[in-house]
Design a protein around this ligand. Structure first.
Ligand code: M6R
Length: 369
């Protein structure tokens, strides 16, 4: 079933473009988002006053990315929470709350229990799931399936980009139903989404070799840090999780602005740090802040690996390595920037001779709390 691939993970990373394309398929008509599953739910979407996203692990990072778009396009307050923390703090939810769960398997016990808890409290529930007929969608009022295809490797990759795609579709749908987004604005975002598969493909074509080579050079590294701001922050967390999970290396993701509040003390000569650099085109403020973070860590000896937009020359004087992603709107960059991080984690685990698909101590679907 692996085809010619060395691992399921390698196959699944190569399928990231299709995972996005298939999740979009049949849900866009003349530039507008049309989600057949949600056709009769306008009252639900106009009747809510907040959205809470619950998930675990990689799915929770997809939720964190999705929250930026949901908030921006629906102007509803959005809060993201780890499913296993959610029900232990008496959350403020009622029938005007929409609880969106995200789960590849649809069987994660922590997430399922959180969905049940939300429903008992009267909240409306919607699940984003990759597995037809799984328990979580069955327990939810509505479901938007991701169409990433079966994901076998324990490390979630293609499901992650499909989850972000599905939340973006949901956000555009709710934004339109609530009259926050105009048809023209929504169509612009749809165009960006439709361009994502081709852009991921380009990264796989142009950056795979360099990123894998980098991972091989770093096979003896004991710790890797990841920095990002805004939507780059959850991507930093995802990059770190993937590395821990399959290459057993200490890795941590930070919000870049948090550096001087503690983590910069970790920086010493040779410490590898991945930095996700936002596009300078939309927000030079955000971009310049990240570039100055890079200067701060570089001055302390960090080995800086930058993920930056094609053509961004400002990073060059301060970067030891540059991985390029195609131009995209700020909210669409995470769908691209995560790809080199998936390739890197896979490359490093492979360089260490580890079983990429089946890391120690982990199961594909966590069906106990
Ligand atoms: O099936 P789910 O999406 O609910 O799984 C959630 C997490 O267990 C999962 O994303 C986990 O963090 C991955 N192994 C990360 O690669």
């Amino acid at each position: 079933e692996k085809g010619g691939w060395s691992s399921f993970m390698a196959k699944e990373v190569s399928e990231e473009p299709e995972a996005v394309a298939n999740t979009l398929r049949g849900r866009i008509q003349d530039g507008a988002v049309v989600i057949p599953e949600l056709a009769d739910l306008d009252d639900l979407f106009t009747g809510i006053d907040r959205i809470i996203i619950i998930a675990c692990g990689t799915a929770s990072y997809a939720g964190q990315v999705g929250a930026y778009a949901l908030e921006q396009w629906t102007r509803l307050p959005v809060h993201v929470e780890l499913a296993h923390e959610f029900r232990y703090r008496d959350p403020v939810i009622d029938e005007r709350s929409l609880v969106v769960s995200i789960s590849q398997s649809g069987e994660t016990m922590d997430t399922l229990m959180a969905v049940k808890y939300a429903a008992e409290r009267g909240a409306r529930t919607l699940s984003i799931c990759n597995t037809q007929g799984a328990t979580i969608p069955r327990e939810s009022d509505a479901v938007v399936y991701t169409h990433a295809g079966p994901e076998v490797a324990v490390a979630s990759t293609k499901a992650f980009v499909a989850q972000i795609t599905a939340i973006y579709l949901l956000a555009l749908h709710i934004g339109r139903v609530r009259g926050v987004l105009s048809p023209v604005e929504a169509a612009e975002h749809v165009r960006e989404l439709e361009a994502v598969p081709g852009k991921i493909k380009r990264i796989l074509d142009t950056e795979q070799e360099h990123t894998t080579q980098l991972a091989h050079w770093m096979a003896d590294t004991r710790s890797v840090l990841f920095l990002g701001r805004h939507v780059g922050f959850p991507i930093a967390l995802e990059g770190a999780l993937k590395l821990k999970e399959i290459s057993y290396i200490h890795a941590e993701g930070f919000a870049a602005g948090e550096l001087k509040h503690g983590p910069i003390a970790l920086i010493e000569a040779g410490q590898p740090v991945f930095v996700l650099v936002p596009s300078p085109r939309e927000s030079s403020l955000l971009h310049d802040k990240v570039v100055s973070n890079i200067q701060e860590i570089r001055a302390r000896g960090a080995r800086v690996i930058v993920i930056a937009e094609e053509g961004d020359a400002a990073v060059l004087p301060f970067a030891d390595e540059v991985l390029r992603i195609p131009l995209a709107g700020p909210l669409f960059e995470p769908l691209l920037a995560v790809v080199p991080l998936h390739i890197f984690a896979m490359g490093l685990a492979t360089a260490k001779g580890l079983d990429v698909d089946q890391p120690r101590n982990l199961a594909k679907s966590v069906t106990v709390e």
